[in-house]
Write a protein that binds this ligand. Sequence first.
Ligand SMILES: [Zn+2]
Length: 469
Amino acid sequence: MLTEDCALRLQQLNSVCFGYQSRDQSNAMHIRTRIVHFRDTLADAPDAAFEYLSDAILSVEQGTIRRLEAAESAFDKGLDATGVIDMRHLLTLPGFIDSHVHASQQNIIAAFGEQLMDWLNAYTFPEETRFAELDYAEQETERFMEALLAHGTTTALIFCTSFKHSVSLLFEQALKRNMRVIAGKVLMDRNAPQALLDKSHGIADTQALIERYHGKKRLGYAITPRFAGTSTREQLCAAGDLAEQYPDVWIQTHLSENKAEVAWTNGLFTEAKDYLDIYQRAGLLKNERSVFAHGIHLSDDELKRLAASKSSIAFCPSSNLFLGSGLLDLQRLRHFGVQYSIASDVGAGTSLCQFRSMADAYKVCQMTGYTLSAREAYYRTTLGAAKALGLSDYIGNLSPGKEADFVMINPARNTHIANRIEHVNSIDEELFVYMTMGDERLIEQTYIAGVPMYSNPQQLPPKGVLTRS
Ligand SMILES: [Zn+2]
């Protein structure tokens, strides 16, 4: 049963968002809520940038955040309390950013028993082949976009498949929801099933998609070689040429994920001094718009070159544990000044939920002698991820001027968690409980550009009754 109080507030909030009431003369929406986010700072400093407001007003107008300040101060300045929606029982965060995820792999999450190379052959390639069929691709793409929102993810850097239409379908779905999404067609012209190879048309398809979608509303294109081993030198160099021709597109690929993969890949490119050099020679190691997934087994020299280029690593702990790929040593990345974000890598990762990714990140770090604080974990899935993607001017926090993508957390949705947070002594402890015990069922609503695009359809558990955890 939804409690009456909560039902009323949600009803109020929904009617506000549809514009029936509670907007002031400027047509702004004002929400009173608890807030956690990270202020804009030049340095990558989660501790210093952290901001918790236990009672704040978040004002949104025309898809943009107009005000974030303590409620008392907003009322002192004359904000009319009658037009404010009271959501103080919810904790509001910037929408999560997932910097590495595959739209085509929802149906192979939890595929049993293999490590990377065998997993690709046994599960990934057969599933991606099914995307040749338009109806299947359309149905799965829509389901993926809905799932992102239900998991509180408002922006993602996405691998589609090697079929051009899988990218068009995804971008059209993102346009419909007004989401800030970056995606790309997988380039793959060898070492995969024939049906997935794009020998004659991969680069032309990529260029056509860039021309059609890159910069359209909130969309961005990412040039997407799957990884070095499934592209020829010629294709990688042609991808690099495209990156030169369109300098503001993103580049995404996989790098140094699994030891067998590293050895095999280096054997295919004997002219390169190491794995990163394969991409570097092709012109694919560029700037903060180059995002490399994994990077577990890199040498010091590779890390130095990554840092110098300002490219980033998408740390995918759930995937790395699931496929047994290895434990990323964040201390080394930090030592060399390499930017990184925390990502799901579904479907080798087992959940789209960034609470789950943060939980796995914490455990991987425990195994490598590094204590990942809650502040850093949330930073690497919000503002830090936006910085790693070169998008922090638009998204990543709730500062005035930013696009109003945010997520509201309701601890009452899990009575174990609701009980547990009665025993915390700080907001840091509370955040750590959510990332350790929580999942997508905590998400009450997800907002895209100020519009609620997802509302939790489940009834709230009655107080005092334990939910499954
Ligand atoms: Zn991946």
